[in-house]
Design a protein around this ligand. Sequence first.
Ligand code: UD1
Length: 376
Amino acid sequence: MSRLSEKKILCIVGARPNFMKIAPVIRALNNARYSFNVRLLHTGQHYDTAMKQSFFDQLHIPEPDVDLGVGSGSHAVQTAEIMKRFEPVMDELKPDTILVVGDVNSTIACALVAVKKGVPVIHVEAGLRSGDRSMPEEINRVLTDQISDLLLTTERSAEENLLREGISTDNVHFVGNVMIDTLRYNLSNAVSAEETISSCQGSVDTSSGYGLLTLHRPANVDDPVVLERLLRTLVKLAEHLPLLFPVHPRTTQCIENAGLNQLVADSQLHLIPPQAYLNMLGLMKDARLVLTDSGGIQEETTALGVPCITLRENTERPITVAEGSNTIVGSSPEKIKSCFDDIMQSGGKSGCTPEYWDGKAAERIAEVIGDWLHKI
Ligand code: UD1
């Protein structure tokens, strides 16, 4: 075993989609042929049991060495608060590098603090671009990549995006998708859809199958007019296939604020609490189709071969459309209905598994990091 134990890697997580990405990375770093000193910091961006602790428990993520406990706030307040609380931790822990994942506010906030202290940043899931700068995540992606020293990508298009933005490809490595590492690692332990459904909504008739829905992007839920139009469309679709809808806390608030609770109350759109990872995996695996505006679910449905209708105008994960089971439809009721009908009639596309979505991305990451840390 090559000893790099003097090299301290501080891994950062903040929000729900980070947790399934960090789990295999920590495992791989701890089992690598290099010996690293791995620490974990949680910013506290997501803090509810349903949004955080259930993921730590089910994915066996070690308790964080540090929890900044920032909680919710506007983008500026949340980002600034993470930066303020993270700086003294950097001074105390003195990591040799920090590792950030994905595109949430915690990702850019910690990367920015580290780079200004001269500490190199590793970005897992670098180079994804939707081309839509009205998305807060797109800003986080572009900025994080510009200040990262080692950029690890999930699909080949990411490297072209980075090149176009003037980033040297010397530090870019195509390693595959750690989200799919987690999916493959846990698939056999997924909680059956039947069990999850009966524990939250005993009365749903799923004998002819069910669809799964998630919705939380500001562009879809923040404007009451847009949200109402979408929900009316989905309520109509649910007349043909019951839709299970694990609701993100921000969406719960938006539905309530817009006075739309009644619209869904007597429909076949079944609102259930946010689901833990193994429950969500079971629900996705057995769904006839999935409707979503999430990034990660586009990838997970591609890995599972389940047809996915993406309720956004674009995607930063184009391989899920080119090779996988994903179709981008936006928010037009006609387009959503037409794609839904097509899947109901033909079964929809199942696609194939993209290159390096093989469950070994984190192992490749540990190798690349070990080689790189030798050089810096
Ligand atoms: C964040 C990410 C988004 C990711 C999503 C997954 C950014 C910019 N966005 O969005 O990319 O897809 O996480 O969930 O970082 N809340 C709770 N409990 C919690 C956390 C949040 O109730 O544990 C509520 C709060 O009312 C909060 C709202 O959800 O204001 C939004 O949370 P926030 O972290 O600001 O952004 P998300 O919409 O979750």
